[in-house]
Each structure stands twice: as structure tokens, then as C-alpha cells.
Design a protein around this ligand. Structure first.
Ligand code: BGC
Length: 415
């Protein structure tokens, strides 16, 4: 009964905002989902809205992690021409909300009871000043390994459980004549590996360094150890890694040209798109030493202030995104876990089921942390300061000792 009332209330809100207008409703959406797997997932949303009579105006801005998309967005808003909805990560949403640029989704969120089903860890980025400003689409996490199954089998078939076993596996890949680590040298990809490495050195350490920005943790021997491990990984990438897009690195693992990629679970979208099956063609596992903990990032659509004639379509888009059916259909393709806690894992593959279970476990145990690399630990200024040091060290411009010192100084300078 309450479900019926809720559905009716939502229909009434949407009908009222439509106001009897007959012009074609549309949403203009800025996003960076341009890889094969990402585009397939986005298609689920486009088709859903089109089936409700809402046309989709696409504004793709390529570039994993969204750095380029955020630059284009700034230009659009400065020109007084904000899109309807923008794919956005964590602290960026709050920054735009602070500027007063985002609209209010309260009427739809309250009617649909989002408060009860969207985890607090996401709500802290979907709400500002107590009001809903963004619709969370998913929960990704960054501390994953994507391993070619045939290469793993040829190396003895055992998943590495700690750093030494991981290095031994990379050696075995090298002996097979394949590239041990598929990687693209872009700051956000380097930082994504750093998420996994630092988390594997301890959940308290990760929290102190990247959530609390504690100078003692940032400047610690453990941080030096983390940089040393980055150098080890760097020694296993191929000569052409510089600037390579993340999905091309995924393709190297898919095609058996490389052994493993350290990447968030959007990588799974590429494997699925290529017709590959977890457990048969590839293996997903947590970065060795991080099982039980999760560094997460959630894609949300931040909803911008739009003119009255565009509001109904915007609310409909938010409502569609939060529907449990959509949450399952989209995230099965995208590689992420649903943004709601009440979506069954029935349709998800083994890696998806694991993502959902790991997330619930980490949330219950206090080991769920925002990803530094993907804008969920700190605002962009801090994130970019960390990126800069991590990338320079990865590329051999800084020793581990120098990187530790620079990290402390760079973070202090932007706070
Ligand atoms: C986003 C993912 C996206 C990935 C690569 C991440 O920041 O959260 O949705 O697939 O970047 O583009």
C-alpha cells in the first residue's frame, strides 16, 4: 500500500512539473563514459529515459577519472550554460553545491524515500545543507586486480595474498613473455594504483594519510614504503605505457598480452563487453592485503539549476536512476555495485556479487573509505596536489624519500 502511495505521489509530482507542456522533454548530460563498457552502461540510462519520452542530448568528454570533463563543465557554467545533469565524483559535487549551482531534488527524493535506501557514505555527497542535489548511480571501488586467467593458470593458478606473492606473480608473467602489468601512464591511473598500495599497508594508515591528511602519516616510513612499491610496479609496465587510456590497458589483459591491471571495477565493464566471463577468462580479486576493506567512489549525477521548462525531465531522470530495476540493469553492465542497499544481487556475475558483499562488509566494519584517486577523500585541490607527487615519483622524477617530503609539503600548501 505504501509503495502504491509513493508511486502515485511521484507520478503526481512529475505530472505537475510537466504542467501539460507538449514540447519534447530533454536532458543534456555531461559525462566521461566513453569506453566500450561505459557506453554500453550509459545506453541503459538513455533507453530508459527515451522510453519515458525524454530525449537525450549527449555531452561526452573523454578522460578517465573525469579531470577533462570537470574543465569543460567549468567553462560551460562560466558561460551561463550549465547542462541538466553532470556525472560527478564526491567532493566535486559539494564544491558546486557551495557555489549555489545545483538544483534541489528533495520532492522526488522524499516521495521515493531515498533516505532509507541510499547508504550514508553516499548521502554525504548527494546532499548539501540537508537537501538532495545529486542522484547516486553506483558504487565503484578502486582496490581491485583484473588478471588474465590463462596467464594466472600458467603461473600456478594461485591468487596472490600478499605483496611478496604479487611480485612473484609479476615475475612469472615476465617469464611467460607477456607484459606483467597493463597500465596507462596518466596521473589518475597512477593514483588508482596508489589507493591499493596504501590501503594494503593498513586501513588505519590509509585513513590517517588520505582521509585525515595527518602529516605524520603522510611523512611516515610507511609512505616511503608505499612509494618504493610504486617503483616496483613501475618496473613491470611496458615501454609504451605513457598516456595510454585505461581501457586500452584492460584490452591488453583481455587479449592475454598482459597479466594484470590494477584498476577500479569499471574495468570489468570492458571484460564483459568483450564477451569474457569471470572465473573462466579473467579473475577479479582485491589488491593483495586489502580483502575486507574498500576504497570507494560513487558516480552521481549532480543536477544543475535549470529553467522551469527543464525541471520535469531532470526530476524524471533522477527518479529513473534510483529505480531498483534500473540500478540492477545499469550496474550489471557498468561493473559497479548499486547505490541502493535493497537491490538483489541475483543478476550480477561473481565479481559483481563480490563487490556488493565486500561493500556491505566494509561498511559494517568501519573499513569503507573514500577513494583518494577518485575524489572521495578530499576536495580537488588536495587530490590534484597528491596526484602531482605520485605521478612524478612513478615516472622517476622523485626518489621515494623526496616524494614523501613533497607530499607533506604539497598537501599542507593547499589546505
Ligand atoms: C568513474 C567511473 C569511470 C572511470 C573511468 C571513474 O572515476 O567513477 O565511472 O568508468 O572513472 O573513466
Amino acid at each position: 500500500m505504501s509503495k502504491f502511495l509513493t508511486t502515485t505521489a511521484v507520478a503526481a509530482i512529475l505530472a505537475a512539473s510537466l504542467g501539460g507542456a507538449h514540447a519534447q522533454e530533454s536532458v543534456e548530460v555531461l559525462h566521461w563514459w566513453t569506453s566500450g563498457g561505459e557506453a554500453a552502461a550509459l545506453d541503459v540510462l538513455k533507453k530508459d529515459l527515451e522510453s519515458k519520452g525524454i530525449a537525450w542530448q549527449d555531452m561526452p568528454v573523454a578522460g578517465g577519472g573525469g579531470t577533462e570533463a570537470m574543465t569543460v563543465l567549468r567553462a560551460r557554467v562560466t558561460a551561463g550554460n550549465a547542462p541538466t545533469a553532470v556525472q560527478m565524483l564526491g567532493f566535486d559535487i559539494l564544491d558546486w553545491a557551495k557555489e549555489g549551482a545545483l538544483g534541489n531534488l528533495d520532492e522526488i527524493a522524499n516521495a521515493e524515500g531515498w533516505d532509507k535506501v541510499i547508504p550514508t557514505a553516499l548521502q554525504q555527497f548527494s546532499k548539501y545543507d540537508g537537501h538532495w542535489i545529486a542522484a547516486p548511480v553506483n558504487v565503484h571501488s578502486t582496490n581491485w586486480l583484473w588478471i588474465n586467467k590463462a596467464a594466472l593458470d600458467a603461473a600456478g593458478g594461485k591468487e596472490p595474498t600478499n605483496w611478496d606473492e604479487l611480485v612473484a606473480l609479476l615475475e612469472a608473467f615476465k617469464a611467460q613473455g607477456i607484459t606483467p602489468v597493463a597500465h596507462g601512464g596518466q596521473a589518475w591511473q597512477d593514483a588508482t594504483i596508489f589507493d591499493g598500495i596504501t590501503l594494503s599497508l593498513g586501513t588505519d594508515f590509509y585513513k590517517a594519510a588520505f582521509i585525515d591528511l595527518d602529516p605524520a602519516a603522510l611523512g611516515s616510513d610507511k609512505m616511503k614504503e608505499a612509494f618504493d612499491r610504486m617503483s616496483v610496479i613501475r618496473s613491470y609496465v611496458d615501454d609504451n605505457f605513457s598516456g595510454r587510456d585505461w581501457n586500452l590497458a584492460s584490452a591488453m589483459v583481455i587479449e592475454g598480452k598482459a597479466g594484470v591491471q590494477f584498476m577500479g571495477d569499471w574495468a570489468k565493464g570492458e571484460f564483459i563487453k568483450a564477451g569474457k566471463t569471470p572465473g573462466t577468462d579473467f579473475v577479479c580479486m582485491r589488491f593483495p592485503g586489502t580483502q575486507g576493506a574498500v576504497t570507494f567512489n560513487s558516480d552521481q549525477f549532480a543536477m544543475f539549476n535549470v529553467s522551469a521548462d527543464k525541471k520535469a525531465a531532470q526530476l524524471q531522470m533522477a527518479s529513473s536512476i534510483e529505480s531498483p530495476v534500473f540500478q540492477s540493469a545499469f550496474n550489471v553492465v557498468k561493473g559497479s555495485a548499486p547505490a541502493r542497499t535493497d537491490v538483489p544481487d541475483t543478476d550480477f556475475d561473481a565479481c559483481g556479487k563480490k563487490a556488493i558483499a565486500d561493500l556491505a562488509e566494509a561498511n559494517a566494519n568501519g573499513t569503507l573509505f573514500g577513494s583518494m584517486a577518485h575524489g572521495h577523500a578530499n576536495p580537488a585541490a588536495v587530490k590534484n596536489a597528491i596526484y602531482d607527487v605520485v605521478t612524478r615519483q612513478f615516472n622517476g622524477e622523485l626518489t621515494s624519500e623526496e616524494a614523501v617530503q613533497e607530499l607533506v609539503a604539497a598537501v599542507a600548501a593547499v589546505q
